[in-house]
Design a protein around this ligand. Sequence first.
Ligand code: IVH
Length: 693
Amino acid sequence: MSPAERIEVLRRDIRSHDHRYFVLDDPSISDYEYDMLVNELQDLESAHPDLITPDSPTQRVGGSPSATFPVVRHPVPMLSIGNTYNDEEIRDFDRRIRDLLGPEREYAYAAELKIDGVAVSLRYENGALALGATRGDGEQGDDITANLRTIRSIPLRIAEEESLLNNIEVRGEVYLPHDGFQALNDSRAEREEPLFANPRNATAGSLKLRDPRVVAERPLRVFLYTLRFEDEDGALAARPELDSHFQRLRWLAGQGFPTNREARRFAAIDEVIGFCHDWEERRSTLSYDIDGMVIKVDSTSLHGELGATMKSPRWAIASKFAAQRARTRLLDIRLQVGRTGVVTPVAELEPVFLAGSTISRATLHNEEEIHRKDLRVGDTVWIEKGGDVIPKVVSVDMAEREEGSTPFEMPTACPVCETALVRVGEEVAWRCGNAACPAQTQARVTHFTGRNAMDIEGFGPAVTEQILGADLIGDVGDIYCLTLEQLGTLERMGEKSAGNLLEGIEASKNRPLDRLLFSLGIPHVGERAARQIAEHFRSIDGIKAASEEALVAVPEIGPKIADSIVSFFRNDRNLDIVRKLKEAGLRMALETPEGGTDARTSAEGGVASGAGSRAFADKIVVITGTLPNYSREEMAGRIEAAGGRVTSSVSKKTDYLVAGENAGSKLKKAQSLGVEILNEDETEALISGERSP
Ligand code: IVH
């Protein structure tokens, strides 16, 4: 057998074992034997690199991390489906179908589990997986092919005969089974990383990771349920012999796609309803989350006839399950003071087990909410888990209310510093107006030092409390003035841990601008907004000087965030903190490769650092995609050093688009506006003067 032949045999065998293991859950060889096959294939491929093909099982995890995901347009929009919450609404759906089709027509239903995951689309061209995308807004999604390829149950190639007939698109739901979710969160807890609220969030987060190698470690699974055949022009190709959703699921399974085995076909709507109730009872027996059932008219030619509204097809409906509930006692209502002084009432509950975890606390949002539900300490209450980790108190079981209970009365003073609580304008929230309130300071320090913020190793809640208790710092600006001597005075703080803590503090000085901005704890400025703003203004001074108009011009930044930033930088206390941080030597601007960090005082100013090229003087430049040698930040620095101004979105005013690999919508927009497009080499040639504009 020639190496090429042996390679083909190995690939076929490995594909079939993958299918047995990941799709059928029925392996026929040991892990060791399987590894031997993969090793042999890898060895042969290393010896004959010309024989490597992208659909080889060895090529699931490939490529390097990408900076962004290119945007792709779905040839057919990915719609959502209407929801029903009770039997009557399901019968209404059936009546609508009958009215639309006329009384004479016969039709059946397919009913299946509604997997609580993330919708994806997979395109196979000539039998090979060519594109994998997220749903996005339904019209266009992100090209996450590299990430989806790592899911071992997704075939990289499908049966030959079929592939010759048509290109196909299949759609389905990626999800994380309970055990995989638990293992992922356990390992995150170990590394003190923030936990995912639920398997769906973990799935969405995993699919958006930049590095496919990390995705490959997440035990993602998929169920596919939609199939579309294309003719040569990409239009819908008829397949009259497959005029049934149910049959299509079988066809998909036959081609090696993972499909859910619980789908059933029914002639009458009452049977469908019974099936839905059945699964609502049995949902906890599954090893993955479902949030309802999906009911579909079975005949796919009827799908075409019934059509769709703007948002959803008329031939399908979701029957949503009620959230899982539990009853317990409300032991107390405690007030929690946040970093901006907002006082949030929290329910202390008798611990109760609900949907996978024990619950002893729930947020009550605000005073009005408590009055609306008339929650009283001592009440028996119903709690529910929505999509969040944080459970909700939904109602009081009035039958259980004890005599003599009294309505909740909102305290008038801060529970920590006793300053009178105030309400600002129309807000429902009460605030502690004392910016020096120890609870606020503690919350601000906790936020500032946290994992997603400045990430100061060793600065946990206990240490924070000690440091604040000993009055060693007044605000986050003082963290960088802490000394070994001071820390040495704290109880249980040995010289070694004090030294480690100082090292952690020192290391945090190097965090990038967006992290610093997020760490300041400006109300409404989350990680994403901080990134957008940092990238746009490029220095703290630039952000400080920015007007509300300049801020709302940044993508994704609305008036609420803009207003919050402007007021933050008008406050003397905050300015003082920023000054201290600057004096301590924190990074206050985005780096340029030459190290000329502070030459540019603001994006508006756009002052070039040092002498050198002025090739981009007064030019407006946008950078997109992955460049071969520079990060986009570095390239922005080079262009700005040559007098250019780097902005984040393409418009008529843009002079150049510097585009790297995987450039998406910005490239298209630039092309349509006739903006000049440069690659990295051409940009460099302009800067060095080898090429003239
Ligand atoms: S069919 C146009 N079937 O639910 C109809 N969707 O709320 C396409 N989902 O976007 C959807 N399990 O992400 C369908 N068995 C199933 C599903 C399912 C989960 C998700 C899917 C869809 C959302 C609609």
